[in-house]
Structures are given as C-alpha cells and as structure tokens.
Design a protein around this ligand. Sequence first.
Ligand SMILES: *Cc1c(COP(=O)(O)O)cnc(C)c1O
Length: 380
Amino acid sequence: MFKDTIDFIRGQFKTDAFIPLHEPRFIGNEKKYLNDCIDSTFVSSVGAYVDKFEKDLAEITGAKYAVAIVNGTAALQVGLRICGVEEGDEVITQPLTFIATCNAISYLGAHSVFVDVDKDTLGLGYKELKKFLEEETNVRDGVCYNNTTGRKISACVPMHSFGFPCDIEGIAKLCKAHHIAVIEDSAESLGSYVGEKHTGLFGKVGAISFNGNKVITCGGGGAIITDDEDLAKMAKHLTTTAKIAHKWEYRHDYTGYNYRMPNLNAALACAQLEQLENFLNKKRALADKYKTFYSNKDINFLTERAGTTANYWLMTVVLKDRSTRDQFLEETNSAGVMTRPAWTLMNKLDMYKDAFCGDLSNSEWAEDRVVNISSSVIIK
Ligand SMILES: *Cc1c(COP(=O)(O)O)cnc(C)c1O
C-alpha cells in the first residue's frame, strides 16, 4: 500500500541500504577542531571552544546570550530553576513531547500539567491554553493557581514539535497575563523562526539540544538562549557548580550542578554550527520534494504555519487513522526505510498518569496518526 513512499524515499537517498530516520553529517571542520582541542589539552569544562560556541550560537540565533550546557534535558532543568520553579509547583506543558520535557519538571519536584496541542503545529495550542487558563485557573496577588489542586502554576513549557514553531507569540501573551513564566523547549527547533525571531526567545529562556539525532549534534550537548543578562549569568553560574570566582579559594553559594558542556563537545559543536545553514537548506529542499510527492495523496505532509520558518528537523506525515499508521510503519520499517510514530502521550506513562490534564483530544488524534519519515541531510 505504501510502496510508492518507500520507492520515493529510496530515490531521494539513492541507496538500497537501511535508511535511518535522522543521521548526523560530519562534512566540515569537525576533525580539525577536535584534534586542535585535544592538542590544547583543554578537553573538559574549560576551554576556548566553549566560549566560541556560546558566542557563535548567540549570533546565529540572535539571542543576546547563550550558555552551553551538557545536554538539552539539563538545559531545561536549569531553565526552569532560574525562572523560579520550585518544589510542589505546577508547570504546564503538552502531552505530545519527548520524555525529557516532563523529566526536567520532575527533577525540580514540580508537577507536569498537560494542556492540548493544536493540530496545525502539534505544539501547545493557543486556543487550548486560553480555555484551560480561563476555566481551570485563577490569579491572586500576581500568582496563578490551579482551581482544582490549589497549587501554584509557576511556568509553562511549550515545545516546537519536530521543529515546527507553535503559536508561541500568543502563548507568551497568555502566560504573561497570568503571571506564568515561559520556558521554551526548543530542543528540536534550532533554525526555526516565528517571523524574524528565533524560537526560544519568546519567553524567559529557551532550551536547545545537540543530541545525536538533532539538526546539528556535538555528541551530546545543550544550551540555554536568552535575552536576559541576569538569567544568563545565573544559568552559567549554576551549571558550573555555583563557584564564586576567586584565584584559589573554593566557595560556592548555591547547590549548583556540573552541567557545563565539555570543550571537546564544544569543538564538535562549533564545526557543526558552521554547517547549520547548509543543512537547513538541504532539509528544506527535501521537504519541498515530499510536499510535491504527497500533494495528490491521502496523506498530509506537515508544513510550516504561515509567518513561521520550520527547520524541518523531522519530516512529518499525518495518516488517516491509527490502523493506517500502523500499516505505514510496518511496511516502511520492514523495507529498511526507518519511520517512527509520535511519542506515546506523557499522561499515559506510569510516572505521569496522575497528572492534572485538560481536554487532550488533539493530542490523542495526533498520537494515532503522526509518523516521522526519513529526514537526514542529503549530501550529493
Ligand atoms: C531531544 C529533546 C530534549 C532533550 O535533549 P537531550 O540533549 O537529549 O537531553 C528535550 N526535549 C525535546 C522535545 C527533545 O526532542
């Protein structure tokens, strides 16, 4: 039934071998910078590549500050902490996300609260969030509370699913009116914009991931981007054991973390960042081909919302129903063309099954139908 998809993908990647979902590409200065890093002996948490990477990332995203962190999950955890999330608080997020979003919330002793995505972006929905805030919460003395649980709602973590920007401008406005801090999970959306503004810069902080399967990778890594100087300073301070600068004394003023990105990873990250534009162009070219291919079929190829630029990290199709999805997954994976369903909704996992939830019908709809298809950068 889906032989045409398999043939089309094989035609694009020009191979009879197994085609992974998203492979990294090392076609630039990766080995050069890594060798240089090793020769310098600065392979750990201090080094010139970490500083360069932060500078380059800030420049590319247009953020005033970027702080390199050991991975995207840690970036989210620290982002939540510096924005004031405390033990026992509630944090609104979407159930259709990677587990790291909710884990980061749990690391702080806070509770995930699930609000629905919209069907156009698969990210946290503006209408859905508005309804939830109106019906389920109240603001007293500048603090938002959940009517049912009585807990404080201190933050909201919208996620730009597969690199498609959600309606973050609307969400940020709603949250501001309700005194809720926005921490964007931009783990998947490096190179994705709303208008001219990079995702991750609409709330207080954004968290990016450079894990092996993301748009660019440094093995493992993450970053916080922000326009707020105090938050940037705090992020760096907490991720470097909260040590007070001194020539020889070891004095720390918070329970910090050893979450700094090692210089070795930063060397790889610098080389990959140089490739970002090239990768994004090639991914967009592939997305255009998919778009044309699927235009006359009973399968919806997801494209960016008007006024936004997606990085097309993972190409996404929406099938007719769950059984069609399962057949698509079965046929493509059996043929050596890797495809993958969207995540199991967070509220269905044991750790989060008792979480407070709004109506989640769009997320249910997406879980049944969404599949990611071959998305690697094709180098000719
Ligand atoms: C990849 C990812 C993360 C975590 O990033 P790591 O670098 O793997 O820790 C967080 N949230 C989402 C949505 C992700 O896709």
